[in-house]
Design a protein around this ligand. Structure first.
Ligand code: ADP
Ligand code: MG
Length: 467
């Protein structure tokens, strides 16, 4: 533990004990579950010149804290000790991870620590920490991920390798649940058969271990180590692309495991055939087993995930806020969860009730980042295709119902996705008045809740626009 004693402006000693004293304040604001998962594992390291240095047991926790809790840490810390200009969290795998509070399992079950054989000390630091929230029970299934979910579950539940399922290759965009499924597999395998040796690691870590073993002239142990596991899970293998010697080693490990009837689970942000610089023979080998993709989410799935989360943490968030989030943060579930956390945490901090207006205010910046550079012409084209009306009709003065609706939809999207003012949008639709645009936006907003067809059109077009 850190022995340094630092006196700050308030002349209070800031040390590990002082940091721990803040626990109650954190719990009050973010709740005990979040506290135990994210803040408790952090250790105080030092505080000087307004820089707060902390340690985290894993990269995962560090990243999560950086993106979700830095503001709260800053505020709470400032109230007791002084200003924080920056929070710097370094990963230190030596520090212990706190037990997950709500889990009935004991703390050391959170860590799958696969000890290498004796005399193989160089690898003793390889251990993998699984996120206790990433289990099958917490994974919400929808059309976009049901296949990957079923594939992952069947691999996890079988004590032997199922023919045709090795390797299991899960791919999909950022934040859509790949890591969640990988951890879920590891949890499940462990639960069913604690004797099976499981190793979960990122491709980056695999590379790092490999390069280090080359430097240390220890490649034999490296090979033995990886080849002695029963289930090897490597996350984000796109990072292995283009690194020739690592690729080669990966390929040998891969073959050795599969030949020996060991299960391999891989994830990537793209399909095997899209693995750019990877060698052809490796690419084709990746696709030999079961390939399962996770597609972009639907509104229902996003809402389902938010609702599950709200329920499990016993939060009080009105439905219209959840719908607003599910509608606007569409590209990535991690961001969706981050947004929810942000709203909840800030409302506790500022003691303000969560309402739709409140949520909109807080998320303004986030939403901006979610909106791409979309032009009115793109919008018109998509709308005309989706609503099956001629592109020319959208600009025309025609008032047939389906044309008028399509026009209103296009105006609604123009307002939502571009920075154009109402009069500018009007001008872009064959010289309509700004009140016509305003009316269109309001109309669509009203109808999307009552007419399923409009809601569906809205969703499809949103998805296409955000692609
Ligand atoms: P990826 O590895 O694909 O980038 P993650 O697995 O890290 O994405 O998922 C990002 C976040 O979204 C995690 O907190 C995860 O729990 C959550 N998440 C993703 N998909 C689902 C789902 N179907 N149900 C519940 N949570 C999900
Ligand atoms: Mg991931």
């Amino acid at each position: 533990m850190n022995k340094a004693i630092i006196i700050n402006e308030t002349n209070r000693e800031v040390n590990e004990a002082a940091w721990v004293e803040l626990s109650d304040k954190f719990i009050k604001i973010i709740g005990e579950g979040n506290f135990n998962s994210w803040i408790k594992p952090l250790k105080f390291s030092s505080y000087s010149s307004a820089i707060l240095n902390l340690k985290s047991p894993t990269r995962f926790i560090r990243d999560w804290v950086n993106s979700n809790y830095s503001e709260i840490i800053r505020n709470i810390f400032r109230d007791s000790f002084g200003n924080v200009a920056a929070i710097n969290i370094v990963v230190d795998s030596q520090i212990a991870i706190a037990p997950a509070s709500t889990d009935s399992q004991s703390s050391n079950q959170d860590v799958i620590n696969f000890k290498p054989s004796a005399g193989n000390r160089d690898f003793s630091e390889i251990e993998s920490i699984l996120d206790p929230r990433f289990k099958f029970e917490n994974f919400v299934v929808g059309n976009s991920n049901s296949f990957a979910y079923a594939a992952a579950k069947s691999v996890a539940e079988s004590n032997e390798v199922i023919a045709g399922s090795n390797p299991l290759f899960i791919y999909g965009g950022v934040g859509l649940g790949k890591t969640h499924l990988m951890h879920a597999i590891a949890w499940k395998v462990k639960e069913q058969n604690p004797d099976r040796k499981i190793l979960y690691l990122s491709a980056e870590k695999f590379m790092y271990k490999f390069i280090k073993s080359l430097q240390d002239k220890n490649i034999v142990s490296f090979k033995e180590y990886f080849r002695s596991v029963d289930v090897l899970l490597i996350d984000d293998i796109q990072f292995i692309c283009g690194k020739n010697s690592t690729q080669e080693e990966f390929f040998h490990t891969f073959n050795a495991l599969i030949e020996n009837g060991k299960q391999l689970v891989l994830s990537a942000d793209r399909s095997p055939s899209d693995m750019g610089e990877m060698e052809e023979r490796i690419k084709s080998r990746l696709g030999w087993g079961l390939v399962a993709d996770i597609n972009s989410t639907s509104f229902e799935l996003r809402l389902g995930i938010l609702e599950t989360k709200v329920k499990s943490f016993n939060l009080n968030v009105p439905k219209d806020v959840l719908e607003f989030l599910a509608e606007n943060i569409t590209s990535n579930i991690r961001e969706l969860e981050g947004a929810l956390n942000k709203i909840v945490a800030q409302s506790r901090l500022l003691r303000e009730e969560i309402s739709l207006d409140y949520a909109k205010r807080i998320l303004k910046d986030l939403l901006k980042a979610n909106q791409k550079n979309i032009t009115i012409d793109q919008i018109k084209k998509l709308v005309s295709e989706q609503c099956a009306v001629k592109l020319g009709d959208i600009n025309s003065p025609k008032r047939t119902q389906n044309i008028a609706r399509a026009r209103q939809l296009a105006m609604y999207f123009a307002k939502k996705y571009t920075n154009k003012s109402l009069p500018e949008i009007g001008k872009n639709f064959g010289g309509k008045d700004h009140t016509t645009v305003l009316h269109a936006v309001r109309k669509i907003e009203e109808l999307k809740d009552t007419i399923p067809e409009i809601r569906e059109n809205l969703e499809v077009i949103t998805r296409l626009l955000e692609k």
